[in-house]
Design a protein around this ligand. Structure first.
Ligand code: ADP
Ligand code: ADP
Length: 229
């Protein structure tokens, strides 16, 4: 389950300025499709439409054949896990931030999620571990640490569909490799849409779409796109 389809989707925030000009693609169940393209191409807009923050002007978006226009937004949020570019954490403990949305999660599940996101060692180095408050009231986390908390939260929620808005370009290369490994782990076996800025970070995607000015201008796998330059 978890097949995502965009069918000739057109969208504009403002009628004079079309942003998506007929975008079609499918993410087969359990596969990874990456959208790459220059800034302003409309990549993030695609993910906003998938969450129904906006409705397409024409065309449709389906999940397992069902038009998402008929699906409640909270059901979509339950089915789709998002690791955003800039993770905003609650002004609460690290544990709360990982558990968010999964109140029933056990301590064992929490630790396993933290371990998979490679933050367990970091948490153990803190005096009160998971109970340590983040944000204004406590610990200042780096961008990479915040992103790991978001990844751990997503691992714990185990949604059938994932949207990864890649932000590894802002990280140093060591952190970037670690975050990339954690993201690869979360996406294994899940239907995954990756929004990426560089081709080099989506080597493992089953299909890569190049979006430019709201149109898919090329598609293929990593080797194929590199060969075409
Ligand atoms: P990308 O993710 O590829 O950088 P976006 O989807 O964020 O592109 O943006 C595509 C275009 O839509 C950009 O020109 C951007 O300025 C415009 N845009 C994005 N969000 C809004 C908005 N809320 N209102 C109006 N224009 C927007
Ligand atoms: P959860 O389902 O984990 O409780 P939310 O209901 O807050 O989380 O949001 C569902 C997903 O949508 C989250 O993963 C979140 O990152 C993403 N999201 C929420 N608000 C926005 C937004 N304004 N723009 C882009 N993504 C968002």
């Amino acid at each position: 389950a978890g097949i995502v389809r965009f069918e000739d989707v057109r969208f504009a925030y403002n009628p004079e300025r079309p942003i998506l000009r007929g975008v079609s693609f499918e993410v087969p169940a359990g596969r990874t499709v990456a959208i790459v393209g220059p800034s302003g191409a409309g990549k993030s807009t695609l993910s906003r439409l998938l969450f129904r923050f906006y409705e397409p002007q024409s065309g449709r978006i389906t999940i397992d054949g069902q038009d998402i226009a008929t699906v409640r937004q909270d059901s979509l949020r339950a089915a789709i896990g998002m690791v955003p570019q800039d993770t905003v954490l609650f002004n609460d403990t690290i544990g709360y931030n990982i558990r968010y949305g999964r109140w029933d999660a056990s301590e064992t599940e929490l630790r396993e999620a933290a371990r998979l996101a490679q933050i367990d060692r970091f948490i153990e180095s803190l005096p009160e571990g998971y109970e340590t408050p983040v944000g204004e009231r406590g610990l200042k986390l780096s961008g990479g640490e915040k992103q790991r908390v978001a990844i751990a939260r997503t691992i714990l929620k185990a949604p059938p569909i994932l949207v990864l808005d890649e932000a590894t370009s802002a990280l140093d290369s060591f952190t970037e490799r670690e975050i990339q490994a954690a993201l690869d782990r979360v996406s294994r076996g899940r239907t995954t849409l990756v929004i990426a800025h560089r081709l080099s970070t989506v080597v493992n995607a089953d299909e890569i779409l190049v979006l430019d000015q709201g149109r898919v201008v090329e598609r293929g796998d990593h080797a194929g796109l590199l060969a075409r330059g």
